[in-house]
Design a protein around this ligand. Structure first.
Ligand SMILES: C[S@@+](CC[C@H](N)C(=O)[O-])C[C@H]1O[C@@H](n2cnc3c(N)ncnc32)[C@H](O)[C@@H]1O
Length: 172
């Protein structure tokens, strides 16, 4: 008998929980550079957000997630979720609500935010940014962006032997 695939039981680390815990309820949640999709899946299962968007530039990553969702018996009919095979900066959809970009370098985060902003697609109320390198590139850029987004909090998240930053910016 063919078994029904389960949505991957996300290996939700403390880091990922913190990303979701700090989202604003009832708004969309965008998981940029989603890779395994664990963060977005955790956000979806929390049922706190109006919809969840998964974005990754690698087609097979998103296709794998699409296949898992299509086969899973754990996806409730009321869940609203969207998949985007695109580099974040190439999106053509308005980004609203919560915008998480985690696990990539500060340069990538800067390119995504700068390009979406130039295209007038960046309308997120909250940015949750967790660069894994190049903070010295991201931070001056975010300072130049402070007429639009204000730094509310920086959280230091221990992960193994490392400490990962989470910068939370809210729209002014
Ligand atoms: C290390 S994983 C991060 C996974 C997850 N966000 C996390 O923090 O655990 C990096 C992912 O970012 C994706 N990526 C890198 N640059 C990107 C871009 N400009 N737009 C969309 N996805 C990108 C890669 O394809 C890869 O799947």
């Amino acid at each position: 008998m063919k078994s029904i695939a389960k949505l991957p039981k996300p290996k939700v680390s403390e880091r990922m929980k913190i990303f979701v815990d700090h989202g604003i309820d009832q708004l969309p949640y965008w998981d940029f550079c989603c890779d395994h999709g664990y963060i977005g899946i955790h956000a979806l299962k929390s049922e706190r957000f109006s919809e969840v968007h998964f974005v990754d530039q690698i087609p097979h990553i998103i296709e794998r997630l699409q296949a898992l969702f299509a086969q899973s018996d754990k996806v409730k009919p009321e869940y609203k979720y969207f998949f985007h095979i695109a580099a974040g900066e190439d999106l053509i959809t308005k980004v609203e609500g919560n915008c998480l970009i985690a696990g990539v370098g500060g340069t990538t985060i800067k390119v995504i935010l700068e390009t979406l902003s130039q295209k007038d697609l960046l309308h997120a109320k909250r940015l949750l940014l967790s660069p894994h390198l190049d903070e010295h590139i991201l931070n001056p850029f975010m300072e130049s962006f402070n007429d639009r987004y204000k730094l509310m909090e920086k959280i230091e998240i221990p992960e193994g032997k490392r400490v990962r930053p989470l910068y939370i910016y809210d729209r002014t």
